[in-house]
Design a binder for this molecule. Structure first.
Ligand SMILES: Cc1ncc(COP(=O)(O)O)c(C=O)c1O
Length: 392
């Protein structure tokens, strides 16, 4: 039987930069001692107190169908957090709770793109972006953010791609680059959205992982609250990746329609998970800072080690849980470097090519192992790069 073009087209044209990831996983399964610095997942688990809240909610009977838009208490807590962080008037009517940021990305694009519409996104990008846009039937079109611009997207490049497009997807703090978009970048982006009547989908799932500078939500810029859908998640801020709880914040009418979409697709998020998320948010910024602390430490470790290298150029790591290395001076592509590194040192990192064209010749190193292992792995990556450059 024939399947739809939409579903069979989700993964077309992907880079094979993910080979190294699958090879590393296979080696681990074969019990080889591989250090994986690949996936964006904490090396700690969800805090016991959050699990207790989940358990208590489930034992208290919150195991039936939960409120599809999100429980009023959780929507209120998300709205309060957004108000506190951005100053933008936000109520529960601006919030729909989703099964994670990924489902929020899909739903947000469903809300603003018809099949065949052009949906812009910035390259380098989080790996699922093009597939997510194609999943809603959109024509996914990348706009490059170049290394020579510090991976800050340029308004002129977006404007050149904007005529006729329906939406633009951005992500700050950024995966894979670790870059935080500056106020000037965000103002430029907002200007293009206003000029070309674009929806802005602003993926802010790393908003609590900020090491240098300030995270600004573009929804707070003049004229943007009416045309911005913000993607949020408990995954990265609270080490709750497996709980699948996130949200969209946007204009009330868009949220009303998104709730319809939830009713007809996911039917919401389990009540005991929502209660655990509420408990976690009620702990305030102190818990978020605790979850962020290991990455902050490792970023300092990375800066120290990388400063000693003449071959690797580190992209300033301002946020998120990754450090991006420019290895073009070795003469290898990111894929060649990552494959050789895995074979010769059993360290797995992601080639920049797996995140689009703009990050070719780079590596993304996830800071997701304990400090000592991370320092050792990074020292060995630097030594490997020096050897490779000298051999060339
Ligand atoms: C930029 C970005 N957006 C969204 C997600 C999805 O996260 P989740 O679905 O766990 O909320 C991720 C996960 O790695 C990500 O890196």
């Amino acid at each position: 039987m024939q399947l739809s073009d939409r579903i069979t087209g989700i993964n077309v044209g992907g880079s094979d930069g993910w080979d190294v990831f699958y090879r590393a996983r296979a080696m681990r399964e074969a019990r080889e001692p591989v250090i994986e610095l690949t996936i964006g997942e904490h090396d700690i688990r969800t805090a016991p107190a959050i699990l207790d809240a989940m358990h208590e909610a489930a034992r208290a009977g919150h195991t039936g169908y939960a409120a599809v838009p999100g429980t009023p208490a959780l929507r209120d807590a998300i709205a309060a957090r957004v108000r506190a962080r951005t100053g933008v008037a936000t109520s529960r009517d601006n919030v729909v709770v989703t099964p994670g940021g990924q489902a929020a990305l899909f739903a947000a694009h469903s809300a603003v793109c018809d099949p065949g519409d052009t949906a812009l996104f910035i390259d380098p990008y989080y790996a699922t972006y093009p597939g997510t846009l194609r999943s809603v039937g959109a024509n996914a079109r990348p706009v490059l953010a170049r290394p020579e611009d510090g991976f800050q997207p340029q308004a002129a490049d977006i404007a050149a791609a904007a005529p006729g497009a329906a939406s633009l997807l951005i992500n700050t703090p950024n995966n894979p680059t670790g870059v935080i978009y500056t106020q000037a970048t965000l103002q430029g982006i907002a200007g293009v959205c206003l000029d070309h009547d674009l929806w802005l989908i602003s993926d802010e799932v790393y908003d609590t992982l900020v090491w240098q500078g300030t995270h600004l939500s573009p929804r707070a810029l003049p004229g943007m609250a009416d045309r911005t859908l913000v993607i949020g998640s408990m995954s990265k801020s609270h080490a709750m990746t497996g709980s699948r709880v996130g949200w969209i914040v946007g204009p009330e009418d868009a949220i009303e329609h998104l709730i319809n979409l939830s009713t007809n697709t996911t039917y919401g998020v389990p009540g005991y998970i929502q209660d655990a998320a509420l408990f976690a948010l009620q702990q305030g910024p102190a818990l978020e800072a605790e979850i962020a602390a290991p990455f902050r430490r490792r970023r300092a470790i990375a800066q120290d080690i990388l400063a000693r290298s003449n071959v690797i150029n580190a992209v300033p790591c301002d946020g998120a849980m990754y450090v991006m290395l420019d290895i073009r001076a070795t003469g290898l592509t990111g894929e060649q470097f990552a494959n050789a590194l895995l074979d010769q040192t059993r360290i797995a990192v992601m080639p920049g090519e797996s995140f689009g064209r703009a990050a070719a010749g780079h590596l993304r190193v996830a800071m997701t192992v304990d400090d000592a292992t991370f320092a050792d792995a990074l020292t060995r990556i630097v030594a490997f790069a020096e050897r490779t450059a000298h051999a060339a």
